[in-house]
Design a protein around this ligand. Structure first.
Ligand SMILES: Nc1ncnc2c1ncn2[C@@H]1O[C@H](COP(=O)(O)OP(=O)(O)OP(=O)(O)O)[C@@H](O)[C@H]1O
Ligand SMILES: Nc1nc2c(ncn2[C@@H]2O[C@H](COP(=O)(O)O)[C@@H](O)[C@H]2O)c(=O)[nH]1
Length: 392
């Protein structure tokens, strides 16, 4: 390993960093975060096509495989790793399509800390960098029973660290298995009306005979966690958000037919017959408004769930392939082209082809006491001096 060049990034703990890369499959980077070194790349299992993560604990000398949440990035020809924000590592992949080249490995975000606590093990979470309208919240509307909640659950499950759900307030009673503070903040009408009068709500509406609303705090909680906010609200609420200062993407979900909508509502079996009738009556108005008002940026038909979910991911820019047809992409990002990474406020800017890029190539060891991130072509722990421990 000694003769292989290692690339270093200057002072990565400061917020402006330079990217770097090597063009070779199976390359590993090491990124030091306090007493841990995150070894990213390579894999223990040759059949695995995704980028592996291991954690070297510098104080105990143990190398562990953490529980990895979220969708993992596919192997690529080289990558760079930059520690950002004191809680995540930015990965820029080589030879990758533009919408697949930036990823984040959360190592110490609030979400990851919660999962470590819950599972009592080392946890990391992958999320994909999103191009374009990355930070815009997503408003999802559609008639009751169309599958909004189902689609949102799938998204949150696949991208746990990318999206956060805006937990609404409602005066309706909780259903079986609904948890206060998770599915809704179940609340008393008087209390909610007072909070609305006090300006604590971004929007609210009377829906199927109950009061529902999105508090400003519900959206802020998600933004503070560094996640993209998803709001599941009715058409009236979507109209209010459109009129507010919150810039969002508006998606309306339609059923394949009214009969199918009725079937789903009945089979869900969460409402009384009277409530189902009320929801179906309201659905006709919502469908009319949703499809014709120009309020929504995108309409999705939720016929086959998986197809609809893929379409949702596509419009959010987080799909990989639709069916077997590779997405047509303008060009591949080929590292090491010059690229620089900088952080401005809460935004991370990746610039390609920057003439200002300064890349330092070292032939060994440490630089100014820092070992934040370096690329190496072989496993640094392959000599067997460190015990490998699989945590589950
Ligand atoms: N594509 C689909 N095909 C068949 N059933 C579906 C599909 N999508 C969702 N469902 C089912 O339809 C029912 C209603 O879905 P869901 O609760 O997600 O709707 P919703 O739009 O969130 O409703 P509400 O607005 O009342 O909360 C659920 O039982 C769900 O499993
Ligand atoms: N305007 C708002 N509508 C909301 C909000 N939260 C949920 N909803 C909508 O209510 C209906 C019924 O929901 P259910 O959970 O009782 O089935 C559904 O269409 C939701 O989209 C909100 O904060 N504001």
């Amino acid at each position: 390993m000694g003769e292989a060049p290692a690339l270093f990034v200057d002072d990565l703990h400061r917020e402006i960093s330079n990217g770097f890369a090597l063009r070779s499959k199976g390359i590993q980077t090491t990124t030091r975060v306090c007493d841990k070194t995150y070894v990213i790349g390579g894999t223990d299992d040759e059949s695995t096509s995704t980028i592996g993560v291991r954690i070297f604990n510098r104080s105990t000398g143990e190398l562990t495989i953490p529980m990895v949440l979220g969708t993992k990035p596919k192997q690529c020809n080289g990558h760079s790793a930059v520690f950002l924000n004191e809680d995540r590592i930015l990965i820029v992949k080589g030879d990758s399509a533009p919408d697949d080249c930036t990823w984040f490995l959360e190592v110490d975000t609030k979400f990851v800390r919660q999962q470590k606590e819950k599972f009592q093990t080392e946890v990391v979470a992958w999320s994909k960098g999103v191009r374009g309208e990355a930070e815009k919240p997503i408003v999802i509307s559609g008639p009751s029973g169309v599958g909004k909640g189902t689609l949102i659950s799938k998204l949150m499950k696949e991208f746990p660290s990318m999206f956060g759900f805006s937990v609404s307030h409602t005066t309706r009673a909780p259903r079986d298995k609904e948890i206060d503070g998770v599915h809704y903040h179940f609340t008393d009408r008087n209390v909610m009306e007072k909070a609305i009068r006090d300006g604590k709500f971004l929007e609210f509406a009377s829906v199927h005979g109950n009061l529902y609303g999105t508090s400003v705090e519900a959206v802020e909680v998600v933004a503070d966690a560094g996640k993209r906010c998803i709001l599941d609200i009715d058409v009236q609420g979507a109209r209010s958000v459109r009129a507010s200062s919150l810039e969002a993407i508006f998606i309306f979900v339609c059923p394949p037919s009214f009969e199918e909508l009725e079937k789903r509502l009945r089979e869900r079996a969460t409402e009384t017959e009277e409530q189902i009738q009320k929801r179906l009556r309201n659905a006709r108005t919502e469908l009319e408004q949703g499809q014709s008002s120009g309020l929504f940026d995108h309409l999705l038909v939720n016929d086959d769930l998986e197809t609809c979910y893929q379409s949702l991911k596509k419009l959010l820019g987080i799909d990989e392939f639709i069916g077997t047809t590779p997405k047509s992409l303008p060009e591949y990002v080929d590292l090491p082209v010059n690229h620089s990474v900088s952080k401005i406020d809460h935004k991370i800017l990746i610039s390609y082809g920057s003439a200002e890029l300064e890349k330092r190539i070292e032939t060994d060891g440490h630089q100014d006491g820092h070992e934040d991130s370096k690329c190496m072509p072989t496993d640094p722990f392959a000599n067997g001096t460190n015990g490998m421990k699989q945590l589950s």
